[in-house]
Design a protein around this ligand. Sequence first.
Ligand code: HC0
Ligand code: SF4
Length: 579
Amino acid sequence: IVKLNIDNKPVVVEKGTTILEAAKSVGVNVPTLCHMKLHDVGYENNPGGCRICVVEVEGRRNLAPACKTECTEGMDINTHSLRVINARRTVMELILSDHPAECLTCVKNGKCDLQTMAQDLGIREIPFEGEQSHYKEDKSPSIIRDMDKCIMCRRCEMVCNEVQTVGCLSAINRGFESVVAPAFEMDLEKSTCTYCGQCVAVCPTGALSEVDNTRKVIASLVDPSKTVIVQTAPAVRAALGEEFDMEPGTLVTGKMTSALKKLGFDKVFDTDFAADLTIMEEGTELLGRLQKHLAGDKDVKLPILTSCCPGWVNFFESNFPDMLDVPSTAKSPQQMFGAVAKTYLADQMGIKREDMIVVSVMPCVAKKYESGRPEFAVDGNPDVDFSITTRELAQMIKGANINFDDLTDEEFDNPMGESTGAAVIFANTGGVIEAAVRTAYEVQTKKKLEKVDFEELRGFEGIRSATVDFDGLPIKIGIAHGLGNARKLLEDVQAGKSEFHAIEIMACPGGCIGGAGQPYHHGDTTILKKRAEAIYREDEGKEIRKSHENPFIVKLYEEFLGEPCGELSHKLLHTHYFD
Ligand code: HC0
Ligand code: SF4
């Protein structure tokens, strides 16, 4: 134990604690641009690079970087002396000396840590003249890299390499030219990037951002020849409110629906409907494989892996090309929605496929890429035309001058707006497999599942496992969120050591609630827990909590699809993978 004083406050910390952490523990916020601790995820970026966090330690000649200096007994620290503030201002002026001053048109305007900090420090002019480097903008289907705005905090590098183990970003060049980039400065699209977007989620500036599809959506909305329908992903409702200064964990399902109607969408539907459909297909596939496996069929592959997360699909396609037959062939709910909308629904509405525009609102940036995969189109017409993020939807609502706070709750339209609690929990890590268990249990055992909450599948541990008793048949389930954790489970499967029957994988920490299209957490990842709790509350409040009991899903099979994993399902709702 070490005792010290920070800004005259007595502090007691464990040996090895940095001044930055010690200060935080007593509510003293020392600013920093590069340090970022992902609480509940267990990762920290601490290169000690930005030098904004300098503090004065009594008796020492030089200022100390709070992030890299360990507390020692009796230290007397001042985090805001004149000397400290002057030093921080100089550091900021140096950082800004080669940063483009285009805040007004920057995607991060108002949400940029660099901008906020410069404002807090009262920077009004930049006395130094750095060399403005001009990098080519790198635009992939999901992510834009504008390296002129990179400040070398290395957060993206840490997330990509350590959390996701994708390893496609690293620091290159020297001095003013230094940036973080894929090897040989190749475009992201040509690299092994999965489009998980976690680099975007932690970038403190506008250097990394999502591709903006809002203009295309607005152009469709004003085109009288188009019927524009929208689907909203499970995780959006638990986070959209944050963009309007609501408490993290506020559920805004009804307000979101109302805002979408005001924006002019012809029908407001729910991706959750398609999540229920996914359970029907993926659950049937799981039981099919399981029954064959139990009957001794050596050719059948277990575990089955969930396949609804596009970042994860990209990851296994590039990292485990020998295992492409292991994941479920079920398309993601986003894509199932599009496929059903542009066939069954278009027919019901009496419109041609080309005249229907399907927009998706997703917590995710990889969904943009997913919707553009060529196999998800018919004669070049995509099943999902445009995918926008939670942040982009918030921006559209603000742009339309809609007062979000004042909106009265509205309901989704039907038939594709009805969903169950099982679909809602897709948003959380462990939720897809919990939803699958709720249905698979009843189908397999022919018994009613009384308790639908499977607490053992919930939580934030990066890798979790549980055995669920299917009336005497133990079903072993694995769960991973974050691609680094997924890699560990996958390596076991590859080596033939995995004991699981089914594994759920989500690329983002926390699952979709932690997606890269959600409101920025600015390092406070405890927000993710609040979103997760909100999702479980929404599930609890639902009248129907098992996917196979969704009346519109039952009707869809009766009127159109026939049976789960049947011929039409295979054509519309299943896919294949590519290395
Ligand atoms: Fe998800 Fe999904 S749950 S991936 O996290 O499966 O993005 O929210 O929309 O498609 O439903 C994201 C969230 C979805 C899909 C669903 C799945
Ligand atoms: Fe790495 Fe994901 Fe960013 Fe791609 S999107 S560079 S995989 S963190």
